[in-house]
Write a protein that binds this ligand. Structure first.
Ligand code: CUA
Length: 316
């Protein structure tokens, strides 16, 4: 679909190029030195019909390009439900990839054919760019912020993965592969080795960083409950309402005071510089798991399990 738009743009550009070149050649020949043409008759100075045409036609043309491009853009940024989720950490100079089941790989991304894959990406240092030409995909990967992108491979095979943003000495070596496998093979690949689920790893980190000192199973008036938090609407002190997503959870761990939940105080210390992005992937996964529907029912947001953490506080 991106290709179609490109071909259309090329055709439009070609049309104008040839039209302009042809006019240049025609006039150069017609009015060349020595040619016996009338250069003195007063030409027309205005022609309303022509002016309307050359204003309206380009407007329509550019609106077509705009609408078409915008539709593709929105599609590219709205992942369908039920994606295979993958975390991508870019750093000088490698791609660290972690599947939602806990499988990890470096510079290679295995994906299933025929199922959408959603990438949540962040950089640990400078700006990188995740670029898979065969999929017509390119997304800058920024430090300090999750960016997402999705795609669906429709043909098994191996595809080049590049870093498309100059990121230092070994930028040109920051390359890899996307390996698209048939669903059965992919399922087999997922089984291929012992893995620790990110939720489990996150739970251990939750204890390691002493998040559980405050964010305990018992209701603690000093910190908002974490069970049922993920995906819910949060009201902040200034009245703003937002949805608790991965970016919000991550920010609330690193900069707890950036967004204080209404009714609570800024008590939690910052964890900036103490927790790596890889650990944050796991912590976020753990916090997400606290909000998974359970038979007992969820939402109202109290501790279904032990340890809550973020919006704002937490002790070390
Ligand atoms: Cu990473 Cu260039």
């Amino acid at each position: 679909m991106v290709d179609l738009l490109y071909i259309f743009l090329l055709l439009v550009a070609a049309l104008f190029t040839f039209g302009i070149c042809a006019s240049i050649i025609y006039f150069v020949l017609k009015y060349r030195r020595g040619a016996k043409v009338d250069r003195r008759r007063d030409p027309n100075h205005s022609n309303t019909a022509i002016e309307i045409i050359w204003s309206v036609l380009p407007l329509l043309l550019s609106m077509v390009i705009f609408g078409w491009g915008a539709a593709l853009y929105f599609r590219a940024h709205q992942p369908p439900p039920d994606c295979h989720e993958v975390n991508v950490l870019a750093k000088q100079w490698m791609w660290h990839i972690q599947h939602s089941g806990g499988q990890r790989e470096i510079n290679t991304l295995h994906v299933p054919v025929g199922r959408p894959v959603r990438l949540r990406m962040i950089s640990e240092d400078v700006i990188h760019s995740f670029f898979v030409p065969a999929f017509r995909l390119k997304q800058d990967v920024l430090p300090g912020r999750y960016v997402t992108m999705w795609f669906e491979a429709n043909k098994a095979g191996r595809y080049h993965l590049f870093c498309a943003e100059y990121c230092g000495t070994s930028h040109s070596k920051m390359i890899g592969e996307v390996v698209a496998l048939d669903p059965a093979e992919f399922a087999e690949w997922l089984q291929g080795g012992p893995v620790q689920a990110p939720e489990t790893a996150g739970e251990l980190l939750f204890a390691k960083y002493r998040c559980n000192t405050c964010h305990t199973a018992a209701i603690n008036p000093r910190c908002p409950p974490l069970g049922g938090l993920f995906g819910s609407k949060v009201t902040l002190q200034d009245g703003t309402r937002l949805t608790a997503d991965e970016a919000y959870v991550r920010e609330s761990i690193l900069q707890p005071n950036a967004k204080i939940v209404a009714g609570y105080q800024a008590l939690m210390p910052s964890f900036t510089g103490q927790i790596s992005e890889l650990e944050l992937f796991d912590l976020v996964a753990y916090l997400k798991s606290l909000s998974k529907p359970t038979p007992a029912g969820t939402s109202s947001g109290n501790q279904q399990r032990d340890g809550p953490l973020p919006p704002q506080e937490e002790k070390r």
